[in-house]
Design a binder for this molecule. Structure first.
Ligand SMILES: [Zn+2]
Length: 322
């Protein structure tokens, strides 16, 4: 029963994302040593691949193979075996079912996932794909709830043009903590298992989607500092995950990035200029940010501001909790 339902959902996932895939290239090599298929079927295979595979790869997660071999292989009686990078098709099935090719390829590829859910709320969509059979269901629900609670808020505050269709992929092959690219966030299955309360990874990573600066807009420490500042300010349970901004120490620098930079930003907001982070975020997105932005906004250089901070770094911090 569950399988059936999840299949229907999987097909709709593909429908929704197939058009989003334009500038990434995938190659198909058809291997047919005994010339069992006609030129027409060969063309149909290529067309089905081009329609289905890029959308699959987009949703699949980390390091999905771009070069794919499709082998005509009658050793198996199954219609098709499909995984990232490798597809095998039975030629006699193909001769009778070429019209079903696209649908079958979608179905077989999506079987590589443990689950896929499409969730919608107030104009926002989340496609949640799990490749981890042991994903804790409470963690899953918390990741989803945090998306719908935090992301619309971040979009409203920082960038109303942000995408309203986001993918979450819990990936067992991905080894870091989490990362955002395009509208997709990868979560490490191992990290979430070890840190089930670290739900505000969602806040940090969805802020990266909102940022959407593109390449070369500004330094990495600034991008990451802003994302952690957003986590500090809009996170749902920083107390529960024991996440906090570390107290100032002399050996720190604003370029340390992440939480150290975020604390400095909280201090700037309170003591120098309220709203400065939203302004910088906007400049970065418009590719207008330069080191001189600090001077224009505050009358001081970033180094002078950090020096002021180092002399009087006290600040009352308030953390969110459930
Ligand atoms: Zn980040």
């Amino acid at each position: 029963m569950f399988k059936k339902i999840s299949t229907i959902v999987l097909l709709s996932v593909f429908t929704q994302i197939s058009f989003a895939q334009r500038n990434q290239s995938y190659t198909l090599t058809i291997i047919d040593p005994n010339t069992k298929i006609t030129e027409k079927i060969r063309a149909q295979l290529t067309a089905a691949f081009n329609l289905v595979y890029p959308a699959f790869a987009r949703a699949d997660g980390y390091g999905t193979k771009r070069d794919v071999t499709l082998e005509i292989n009658d050793a198996s009686t199954e219609s098709m075996i499909a995984e990232a990078g490798k597809i095998m098709v039975n030629s006699s099935w193909l001769a009778d079912n070429s019209a079903k090719l696209e649908r079958e390829l979608r179905f077989k590829l999506s079987k590589n996932w443990v689950s896929s859910d499409t969730l919608k709320k107030k104009g926002y969509q989340l496609i949640f794909i799990s490749k981890d059979p042991n994903l804790n269901q409470t963690v899953k629900q918390n990741l989803i709830a945090t998306y719908f609670k935090v992301y619309p808020k971040l979009v409203k505050i920082y960038n109303r043009k942000s995408t309203k269709e986001v993918f979450f992929v819990v990936d067992t092959a991905y080894r870091a903590v989490a990362e955002a690219s395009g509208g997709r966030i990868l979560f490490s299955a191992a990290y979430m298992k070890a840190h089930p309360t670290d739900i505000d990874v969602v806040t940090h990573e969805t802020m990266h989607i909102v940022q959407g600066y593109g390449y070369g807009a500004g330094p990495v420490w600034l991008t990451e500092g802003i994302a952690d500042y957003a986590r500090y300010k809009y996170g749902v349970d920083n107390i529960g995950s024991k996440w906090s901004l570390p107290a100032y120490k002399q050996n720190q620098s604003y370029t340390n990035s992440y939480r150290i930079t975020a604390r400095f930003f909280a201090w700037l907001e309170k003591n120098v200029k309220s709203g400065i982070i939203a302004t910088l975020d906007s400049e970065l997105r418009d590719h207008q940010y330069t080191e001189n932005s600090w001077v224009s906004l505050t009358g001081k250089s970033i180094k002078e501001l950090w020096s002021d901070y180092s002399k009087n770094p006290e600040i009352k911090l308030t953390y969110s909790g459930k």
